[in-house]
Every structure is written in structure tokens, then in C-alpha cells.
Design a protein around this ligand. Structure first.
Ligand SMILES: Nc1nc2c(c(=O)[nH]1)N[C@H]1C(S)=C(S)[C@@H](COP(=O)(O)O)O[C@H]1N2
Ligand SMILES: [Mo]
Length: 394
């Protein structure tokens, strides 16, 4: 297919996603479950199962080849599994250091909306995406490339909710409790908090919809937190209470987990707690979504495609290197929306033989995707350069 035709196709992705959604593929979890495949099955047909109790599902690379990641192909990360949702009305308690505690009902009837809704586009990425690529290996869910997706979320700005309750002077952190219970009293609950300024940021929302559809239960429906630019562990699913406090949330998942060395450490080393910082912002990263590894291509005009994103900045360049050659500029598609990913293409005249394709992204804060990410024992924030090997026939 000629280069311009590919470009048109990319531009048409939005319509394509709309059609998919209209066709009902963005349905609830029970429907989705019928499509899971095991990691050793053909990953082309569905999500890659990284664990089934709890359910941890990875998006295959080719499903990241678009603007919005389809709901039924969006990765799933759960520590314990979804709670019983849909058995009764859903409401969220807001309390703690507030002037007036309130109860927020999450209703499917939009005429009863207590706050105006807002929509954000953002990349949701698990802090552990790419964990399987660290050497030496680290324990944890073995995500490769697909614990990430780009979505459109609609809901209430968290700020409006907090202001309705009236934040007191000494407030500094906002705690979030999900409805998913830990399986054993000795297993810590998944409780997280945001610093007050991040909770009040305009982009932080309590979302009830993803890609224009009611939020699927697997993704935190009826309501989840959306924290654009920050790692997935902040995006609390099944929010049932919000507590404003003068200190960070208690417990393992806030105080001990999700921390990284302040400065890189030699592989195998565990830094002292005071040398750790919480994992928050995403880092600059690109993925090659086509062609796929091991694909056999025809000689002649070919197009390499992918996506690239970053944290508190915008991607301003993607470069491609063929067979270890010079870094050449790829073409960035669409406007650089903050928190979104950017699609990119690179036209290439393929000669017969084996070829190795690499891509690296940069952002306007001066960050460049590295060869490798410094080792850390939890395998967080992998953003090393990906290599895709293909074969070109004569
Ligand atoms: N209540 C609750 N919220 C949660 C989690 C969880 O286990 N329980 N996992 C978090 C993590 S680590 C990630 S990466 C994202 C994943 O969101 P997704 O399953 O919609 O992709 O949800 C976050 N929110
Ligand atoms: Mo995560």
C-alpha cells in the first residue's frame, strides 16, 4: 500500500474505533472473557493472559496501532479482582478534613448529574509495563509492551467534588479506597493517595465512561480515578470512598510499594528506604506497532508505524534507525495533545534480506528515550528502545 494510503488509513482510525464501539465490542466484562487467549495461544485473537487469578491481561502490540485503544483490548491490571458491581446503586463517600462530608451517587441517568462532566484523553500505563525486559530479571507480573493504552475518559473533575465538600486548611493528601477487598486479612488493602495539588489539578477526574462507553467493570466501573501523566497505580478503580487527610495514605501500597531509587543503583541492589522516591510521572517512550516482529514483507515501499508518549511534556520527535544506521526523523501524526500519545509513521524502501528496526522518542522537556532503563528491583518504568526484526522477500 502506498504511503499516502497508509496515512489516510491512520487518519480514519477514529471512525474505525467508532464503528467498533457501535458494533458493541466495547461491552461488559462477561462478553470480553469469552475472547481471552493464553499467552501461548495466538495473541492476535485477544489479550495475552499474564495471570488469571487475579486477572492480568496484556494488550498485543498490534492492538496499540491506533488512536484510542479499543475497550475489549485494553490491558487489565488487578491486585485482587473486581468487586461485586451492579447489585445495587453505587455511591462514593467523601469525608475526612472537609467542611461537609458528602455522598456522591453515581447514576446512569445524566439528567441527575451533580457536576458538569469533562472529558480527557490520556495514556494509561502500568508502572510495571516492560518489567519482563529488565536484566537481570525481576519478580512481578511479566508485562512486555502492552500494559499501556490510550483512552478517552469522561467524568466529574475531582476538584469539583472536593470543593463541594470544602477542603479544610490543613489538608495535604487525598486517600482513595476501592471496593475490591484483599483476599486475606493479612493481605494489605489497595489504598492509595494523591498529594492535594495533584488531586485538585484540572486533568484529574472521577471517570464513569471510557471511549464514550460506560466504564467496564474490569476497568473500574462504575467509577475510577483518572490521573493523566501519572502511572496506573494512581488510577484507583471502583472508588467507594475518598478521604481528605493531612498525611499520605497508610499501608503497603502507598508507603512501601511503588517506589524507585532516586538515582540508579547497580543491578541486584536494594537501596535504603530514604533513597527511594514514589513512582509518579510516566517517562518518554515509543513503540513500533507495525510491522510485527518476524513478519515477512515485500520488497519496496514499506511503512513503519507506532505510537509515542511521555509524562509532563509533549513528544516532539520520533526517530527510526534501520539496521543500526543513523537516526532519521519519523513523521508525527495529529497535534501534540498533552497526556495523549502521538502516532507516527516512517516510510522505508525495503531491500530483500533481514532487517532490524528501532525507534526512539524525545519530548519538549529535553528527555530522550534511552537504550535501556536503569535496573530497579521492582521493574518500574521500562522505556528502553524496542527492536523489531523483520524479513523482506525478493
Ligand atoms: N481498586 C483498584 N484499583 C486499581 C488497581 C487495583 O488492583 N485495585 N490496580 C491499579 C493498577 S496497578 C493499574 S496499572 C491500573 C490498571 O487499570 P486497568 O485495569 O483499567 O488497565 O488500575 C489501578 N487501579
Ligand atoms: Mo499497575
Amino acid at each position: 500500500m502506498p504511503f499516502t494510503a497508509w496515512k489516510n488509513r491512520l487518519e480514519n482510525r477514529r471512525d474505525w474505533v467508532k464503528r467498533l464501539v457501535a458494533a458493541g465490542v466495547a461491552a461488559q466484562s462477561s462478553l470480553v472473557i469469552g475472547r481471552f487467549s493464553r499467552a501461548d495461544d495466538s495473541p492476535q485473537t485477544g489479550l495475552i493472559v499474564r495471570g488469571d487469578r487475579p486477572l492480568n491481561l496484556e494488550t498485543p502490540l498490534e492492538a496499540l496501532d491506533g488512536w484510542l485503544t479499543p475497550l475489549d483490548q485494553f490491558f487489565v491490571r488487578s491486585h485482587f479482582g473486581p468487586p461485586a458491581v451492579g447489585l445495587g446503586p453505587w455511591s462514593i463517600q467523601v469525608g475526612g478534613l472537609v467542611k461537609k462530608p458528602l455522598e456522591l451517587r453515581i447514576d446512569s441517568d445524566p439528567t441527575s448529574d451533580p457536576f458538569a462532566r469533562t472529558t480527557v484523553h490520556a495514556v494509561l500505563q502500568c508502572a510495571g509495563n516492560g518489567r519482563a525486559l529488565f536484566e537481570p530479571t525481576v519478580p512481578g507480573v511479566g508485562w512486555e509492551t502492552g500494559a499501556v493504552g490510550h483512552g478517552q475518559w469522561t467524568g466529574y473533575p475531582l476538584r469539583e467534588v472536593l470543593e463541594a465538600a470544602g477542603v479544610q486548611q490543613n489538608a495535604a493528601h487525598v486517600h482513595f479506597y476501592g471496593a475490591d477487598a484483599s483476599p486475606h486479612p493479612k493481605t494489605p488493602a489497595f489504598i492509595r493517595s494523591l498529594p492535594l495539588d495533584r488531586a485538585l489539578a484540572a486533568s484529574t477526574i472521577l471517570a464513569t465512561h471510557q471511549n464514550g462507553q460506560p466504564l467496564p467493570v474490569l476497568h473500574g466501573g462504575p467509577a475510577r480515578l483518572v490521573v493523566p501523566g501519572w502511572t496506573g497505580n494512581h488510577w484507583m478503580k471502583w472508588v467507594r470512598s475518598i478521604l481528605i487527610s493531612d498525611s499520605e495514605a497508610p499501608g503497603f501500597y502507598q508507603r512501601t510499594g511503588y517506589k524507585m531509587p532516586k538515582t540508579p543503583v547497580p543491578p541486584g541492589e536494594t537501596p535504603k528506604p530514604e533513597d527511594l522516591v514514589p513512582v509518579t510521572e510516566l517517562n518518554v517512550k515509543s513503540l513500533i506497532t507495525a510491522p510485527g516482529a518476524g513478519h515477512v514483507l515485500k520488497a519496496g515501499e514499506q511503512v513503519v508505524r507506532g505510537v509515542a508518549w511521555t509524562g509532563q511534556a509533549t513528544v516532539n520527535a520520533v526517530e527510526v534507525s534501520m539496521d543500526g544506521g543513523p537516526w532519521l526523523a519519523a513523521e508525527l501524526i495529529r497535534n501534540p495533545y498533552f497526556y495523549s500519545w502521538r502516532q507516527w509513521t516512517f516510510a522505508w524502501r525495503a531491500e530483500p534480506g533481514r532487517h532490524s528496526i528501532r525507534a526512539r522518542a524525545s519530548d519538549d522537556a529535553g528527555n530522550v528515550q534511552p537504550e535501556k532503563t536503569p535496573w530497579n528491583k521492582s521493574g518500574y518504568l521500562w522505556n528502553g528502545i524496542q527492536t523489531v526484526d523483520v524479513e523482506v522477500g525478493s
